[in-house]
Write a protein that binds this ligand. Sequence first.
Ligand code: MOS
Length: 716
Amino acid sequence: MVLEKISESVVKKDHAPKMAGESIYVADYNTAKDGSRILTGKVLHAKIARAKVLGVDLPEMPDGYLYVDAKDIPGDNNVNIVLDDMPVFCRDTVEYIGEAIGMVVGPDEKEVDRILSAIEVRYEELPPVLDLRTAKEAFFTYEYGHGDMEKAFAEADHVYEEEFETGYQEQTYLETQGMMAEPEADGSMYVHGSMQCIYYVHGAVKRVLNCEQDGVHIFQDVTGGGFGGKEAFPSILATQVAVAAKKANAPVRCVFDRREDMEYTSKRHPSICRYRAAVKDGKVTAMDCDVVFNAGAYSTLSAVVLQRGLIAAPGVYNIPNIHVTGRALKTNTSPCGAYRGFGAPQTFFAIERIMDHIAQDLSIEPLAFREAHLVKEGDSTSTCGRYHFPVPLQDMINEIDKVSDFRKKRIEYNKPQTGRYRRGIGISLNFHGAGFTGSGERDIIKAVTRLRKYADGSVEILASNGEIGQGVRTTFCKIVANELNLPLSKVRYEHPDTARVPDSGPTVASRSLMTVGELLRRASIQLREIWEDGIEQEVEERYRQPDFLIPFDLDKFEGDAYPTYAWAVNAVELEVDTYTGIAQVLGAYGNFDVGTPMDYNIVMGQMEGGFLQGIGYSSIEKMDYDNKGRIRNNSFSDYLIPTTKDVPNMQCMLHVVKYPDGPYGAKGAGELPLVGVPGAYVSALEQALGGCKKHSLNHAPFTAEDTLLELMKEAE
Ligand code: MOS
């Protein structure tokens, strides 16, 4: 592939300090900003999934140690996320194991631990809701559809009905959640730490401390990965340390250990999808999708996660009649939240599985069956929006076939296999809606960015998007440097601080580069036009909705849910050892259209990393809670993630369809490569086991143990 100049890779802006071990993460500060000692804060976590808290009996508190809880909150005991249901510290009841009851604060960490273990919480236990299948309370319910379902099902030659299930996925960023609050001399509160969204944290802390806009300022420290896990949870931890710092009138820092992080922070929503399909003359004429997400104990981000899942429910296929219902149900477990893909991996798994199964039942090659249903430019989306731009799936499929020999191998592996080792190859197709869902950009985020040019001719980017390993500090600078024709060293983008930068929105939804990057490109044009040497100048750019958009109406669930889409084709080839159940990935082939790459290496890093996370999600990343609501997969020995050794042959490539409203044609990239992987992986595994008539595989992850269980069924 011939790279445009903007796509040529550079050394990342944060490369040198990270490589040298010089980057300061929140856990690394030795003192507070004013040189004072940092107190350690540790959360008193609920040990029961649902209970009334009758009382908290504290041991005698040594000098300098204190206990903080809801009574110490100056403002609302609500963490500002979407709804107002998540408390900073528990109200009268605890709703999940791990919920924060209070926080112990003091100078010596060991003493804080000792006090925590000496605290007696008196509970009156209440029956918890743990089973998603019997859970009733829905935080959010949506329904949409079009066409004539009844007629389509009445006229169908075949009707298929299947249920699909997916599990938790934990983000496993290398740096655990951590936050620090420092009271300032002027009475304001300075909060910094590991996070994706400084203004989300700002809004949350401001409300809890009951102060004015400038009563709080938030700074993103160097952040060791997010993957969605630092979209909402940091708002919770930030409010807790802020309340503690306020009460102690001293800096307080809380850094989770791995076990706390794995058990108590947000994860990907487990799901159950029930799909019903009507087929006539070899084509799917109707699809009825019922989607249930396990939201956990509080609603946090579940509304938007569910929306994204539902929009993707019919996949990349033209199905004339659809009906989609979705519910985010409450259970007494850790609130689920954002994880790369944000609701879409669950429904893409369901649609890809059922398309595979229908094809096998009709004795049509599953890829050909998919190809006969592909959406194309100009078609309606699931929500009666439009695919305004070219849909490159067919070309991308052909390219994947070329590198993987997919079609040939698929036929080859369909022949009966009886040996110890058996092979399969699977494919999946998916999009990822680029940017924030619905009218979020226009109505909620309203992004603002600025460029400040200094007298020395250097330019600083003022925006609120955080570097979380996705390279935004570098790619933003590349866009501005390119447009102003400056050397990259003359453009800088510091870690965002709400005291210095406007709100250009959260670092989520694969939106930063596409949406904010385009604002920066336009701001650069403005600056170029007024540029005068030797003086300081500043320009501002605000989000404007593209004219072509059909506005999304959430009540009707109708319109363009996204301005455009990034596209992916994944193929996975594997070999199962029928003695151990272990599947070895032989080839992982990905073709991704994320528009123009703003930096080839950065984008390929995103594609490969996301693909690998997707393989983990499909195969070994298993997490669940027991009958008391406890998560036991709470370390890297009980919750396995893949390493490069697990996927020796990964081949990713880019297929570029430029998006005219993204900078130089760039689209959202970060989430896309993970979304479709479970469909391809499980399809490959199913083929290796003899196809769906022998073994219909309907859940992910599908572990080695699951495979052995399937094989035992066969032996019986
Ligand atoms: Mo992201 S999964 O939208 O934080």
